[in-house]
Design a protein around this ligand. Structure first.
Ligand SMILES: O=C(O)[C@H]1O[C@H](OP(=O)(O)OP(=O)(O)OC[C@H]2O[C@@H](n3ccc(=O)[nH]c3=O)[C@H](O)[C@@H]2O)[C@H](O)[C@@H](O)[C@@H]1O
Length: 445
């Protein structure tokens, strides 16, 4: 607008000057002196008007640029508050160190990835409660309602555990953490979970379960001293295996889902890092873990929600109308298994990217050893909720599900002292109690 006005003013001035020059061309020589002086005055006036227009343009231009710069600065500084970029700085480092502080002799210093996740939260709390140093890392993705992850983070913070918002693929962040802290152990639980979601978003499984796992192993390999690693594999690696119960050396080469395939690939990648770099690595094959603070995408949780809302639930059924079954395992039993795996893990044997002697590589089933059918799971929920479910039974689609899981935990019993003690009825009772409390609180808000 200002530029337009200026150009217009200038054009008019020029036209004016041209016509003045024509008008003032002397027809008789005697008039020349007076007319020339008039002409100079007009010329000065024109230049004055032009300079005024220029000044106005400069002032408006300056205001415009200042406003634009202010707007851009605000945009950038707002973007900076996105928590993924908030790590670093002296106060942050102090916070990290405080979270890693141990309160018992020989206490572990553990980096827990996926700390705001279901298993991550419980394991972090258990470690902290016995006096270990714990630092959490989580990317707070929106695979399921991130507000639940924030609530878990709040719970951890109240117990003195810092959860850094960051992705395991952020190698700079991992390097920074390992430079700052000598972690004795890494409990690697960050992953893209869920069996059926792989049909919708296959890339997220590769990002977290393959690339992310490698990023974590790389950071551990380069750390000095190298930590020992315990990480979450899955019962799904048994895939279409029909030999029951599942034992660690059974076939795992028939994954039924991309999720299972990424967990199986993780086990092979673990072998490589153990073999080349001397990392001590323990893989835990979790069997359908459930309990308070659980995952809303899992059947027991989503069924509870639907039953309470009077909405129908879909129950998948296997071939020949055989019910699907799972070796549902309660979170407290899983936590004991995780801590035992950390406590018994041998040290890694490499440094400077080189292995000095063979290192430990272990895999354990952490299950409950007593599978329960999905309709029975619903029966128990109905009883606890005192509401009848609206059941919609359908043939199991080919979506990555397996018909049943059943763990043999002899190895974990012998080497970790693992001993699951919670049956599905008692575990779900605790879950339902938590569910009512948590959702009553949060739905009020
Ligand atoms: O233990 C494991 O390896 C896996 O356990 C669960 O996977 P899943 O056993 O499929 O657990 P749910 O999604 O809770 O399903 C439990 C059972 O309910 C069935 N289901 C699920 C959802 C539904 O709407 N209807 C239904 O009948 C499933 O087919 C399955 O048989 C987790 O989601 C995985 O992340 C984990 O790795």
């Amino acid at each position: 607008m200002a530029l337009h006005t200026f150009l217009k003013a200038n054009q008019q001035n020029l036209l004016g000057l041209q016509s003045d020059m024509q008008e003032n061309s002397p027809s008789t020589p005697g008039k020349v002196k007076v007319e020339r002086s008039n002409y100079l005055t007009r010329l000065t006036n024109r230049w004055y008007t032009t300079s005024l227009a220029w000044t106005k343009v400069l002032i408006w231009g300056f205001i415009f640029i200042t406003l634009l710069a202010g707007f851009l600065f605000k945009l950038i500084s707002t973007h900076k508050t996105v928590p993924l970029n908030t790590w670093g700085g002296l106060s942050w480092e102090k916070h990290v160190k405080h979270s890693c502080h141990t309160k018992r002799d020989g206490g572990l210093v553990v980096l827990v990835t996926g700390a705001a996740g279901f298993v991550g939260t419980h394991v972090s709390l258990a470690l902290k409660k016995r006096g270990d140093g714990v630092l959490g890392l989580d990317n707070f993705n929106n695979y399921y309602d991130p507000s639940l992850k924030r609530s878990r983070q709040g719970l951890l913070e109240r117990h003195g555990i810092l959860v850094i918002e960051g992705d395991i693929n952020d190698t700079l962040l991992l390097k920074k953490l390992f430079d700052l802290i000598s972690f004795t152990h890494v409990m690697h639980l960050a992953a893209q979970a869920g069996v059926r979601y792989a049909l919708e978003n296959p890339g997220s499984y590769i990002h977290s379960n393959i690339a992310g796992l490698v990023a974590v192993f790389e950071a551990c390999k380069s750390a000095n001293p190298q930590p020992s690693i315990v990480w979450a594999s899955s019962s799904s690696v048994y895939g279409l295996n029909t030999k029951v119960p599942f034992t660690e050396d059974d076939r795992t080469d028939q994954p039924a889902s991309l999720y299972a395939a990424t967990k199986k690939a993780g086990e092979e990648i673990a072998h490589t890092y153990n073999h080349i770099y001397g990392l001590s690595i323990t893989g835990l094959r979790f069997f359908t873990v459930y309990g308070p603070w659980g995952r809303p995408d899992m059947a027991y949780y989503s069924f509870t929600k639907s039953i309470l809302q009077g909405k129908p639930i879909t129950i998948y059924q296997g071939a020949n109308e055989v019910d699907l079954a799972r070796d549902f395992t309660f979170i407290d039993d899983i936590v004991k298994g995780c801590l035992a795996a950390l406590d018994t893990a041998e040290k890694s044997t490499g440094s400077g990217g080189k292995k000095h002697r063979p290192a430990s590589l272990r895999v354990y089933n952490l299950g409950n050893t007593s599978p329960v059918s999905v309709p029975t799971l619903v029966d128990i929920l109905e009883e606890l909720l005192k509401v009848k479910a609206v059941r919609h039974v359908v043939k199991m689609p080919r979506n990555g599900d397996v018909p049943f899981t059943h763990a043999n935990v002899t190895l974990a019993k012998t080497e970790l002292g693992y001993n699951p003690t919670t049956d599905l009825q008692s575990g779900l009772k605790k879950f339902v109690k938590w569910y009512r409390n948590y959702h009553n609180e949060h739905e009020k808000m």
